[in-house]
Design a protein around this ligand. Structure first.
Ligand SMILES: Cc1cc2nc3c(=O)[nH]c(=O)nc-3n(C[C@H](O)[C@H](O)[C@H](O)COP(=O)(O)OP(=O)(O)OC[C@H]3O[C@@H](n4cnc5c(N)ncnc54)[C@H](O)[C@@H]3O)c2cc1C
Length: 93
């Protein structure tokens, strides 16, 4: 028998954030998910400023930065008609 106050299904950004917020507040929770890791594909290349503020509030900013791709390696965002089609433009990500 497993008992918990909150059962979180899914370990994407929504589920993991919920688990971390609840744990930070001392609310018992269990997170279950379909795959052996957070998801079956990569989930983010770029995060916005507000997300980083939330990571800071949760005390994991340093861990996130340590795992992140350094900014100078991120490259450009390319706009094109298809993967092999005409390039319309690009901006520094
Ligand atoms: C390739 C790629 C690149 C992206 N890049 C960016 C980016 O750079 N910046 C950005 O902000 N956003 C990016 N996104 C979008 C971002 O990843 C999504 O908006 C975000 O993942 C949504 O979070 P979520 O928790 O709602 O859902 P998901 O991340 O889809 O999480 C759903 C979770 O539920 C689990 N699940 C599903 N079905 C079941 C089930 N039946 N039982 C149990 N568990 C289940 C899955 O395993 C997964 O863990 C990208 C997405 C992709 C695919």
């Amino acid at each position: 028998m497993v008992e918990t106050d909150v059962l979180i299904v899914g370990s994407g950004p929504a589920g993991t954030s919920a688990a971390l917020f609840l744990s930070t507040l001392g609310i018992p929770n269990i997170m279950v998910t379909k795959y052996r890791w957070t998801a079956n594909t990569p989930r983010a290349h770029i995060t916005n400023q507000r997300t980083m503020e939330i990571f800071r509030d949760l005390g994991i900013e340093d861990q996130v930065l340590a795992e992140a791709t350094p900014h100078h390696l991120i490259g450009d965002t390319v706009f094109c008609t298809s993967m092999a089609g005409e390039e319309i433009g690009r901006i520094l990500a």
